[in-house]
Each structure stands twice: as structure tokens, then as C-alpha cells.
Design a protein around this ligand. Sequence first.
Ligand code: THU
Length: 163
Amino acid sequence: MKKKELKITISEYNGAEELPAEDKKLLLEAVKSASRSYAPYSEFHVGAAVLLENGKIVCGSNQENAAYPAGLCAERVALFYANSQYPGVAVKALAIAAKADHFVLDKPISPCGTCRQVIAETESRQKSKMKIIMQGETGPVNVTEGIENLLPLTFYEEKLKKK
Ligand code: THU
């Protein structure tokens, strides 16, 4: 038996103002998108903005449902929309922001496990990594290159190969 340590790399910026202009712009779109969420149950509003390699920005926000599991996270709304409207166009970056109704979220949000799996599928499909930019309502911004930093030991489709 041997123990292995896996390394992940995250860049932490003190705030959105420190980000390169392109990332700041995308994060601002995610913030705006959070205000379009439908979150009457959690009262927690998440926005996601996807930058495509053709320069287009596609946004999504969490959409909840009285039957709770029927709702969908902002990241999946944005990625599924991007992949369905622009199949074959790679996602360069994904920005995520959140705002809660009853407290100030001063730490970066980071995508749920299912959304991480969807990000992994997108990277695998396009054969390139995306930049993932994460912020709460205020405070530091985390930036990472590629889903392996958020979902080590990722399950990829090659594990399904039958021949
Ligand atoms: N949510 C997202 O949209 N993205 C995340 O990364 C975490 C959670 C949503 C799901 C639900 O509508 C609300 O936030 C509370 O979990």
C-alpha cells in the first residue's frame, strides 16, 4: 500500500476588482443573472455565466420547484443552454455568483457535486479545460483552471468504453 496526495490549485483574489477585465465582466454577468433566479424556497439566488470560444456569453440562474428535486442549479441551466444552443462551441470560462436573502454571503460559492460532474462532461466533450470563477455576494474570488481542481478522480466517459 502507498499513500498518494493529490494537489489542487486555486487562485484566490481579494475581490472582483483584482480580476483580469474579461473575468470581471463574466462575473458581473453571473451577478446579474442571480437576480433572475427563481428561488422562493431556499431564498438563495445563484447566477452562472458561461463564456464561449465564439465570444458569446450565456447565463443561467437556479430555478426551483415546489417538488424540490425538480429544480436545477444555475450552473447546469447555463451549461445545458450553452451546449444545446451552441453544440461544438467550447466553453472557455464559467463564472458563478450567489446572493442570499437573509445573510451576506462573503465566501465564494463552489458548485455542487452534480454540477461538477456536468462541468467535467463539458470539458471532456470539448477536450479542453474551462476557467471556473467563483464568488459569493462579496469578498474573495476563487479561480481555478479545469474541473480536476474541484473534482479530483473524475469519472469520465472512457470508463464506459465497451471494447
Ligand atoms: N444552487 C445552485 O444553483 N448552484 C450551486 O452551486 C449550489 C446551489 C442552488 C440550488 C438551490 O436552488 C439553491 O441554490 C439552494 O441550494
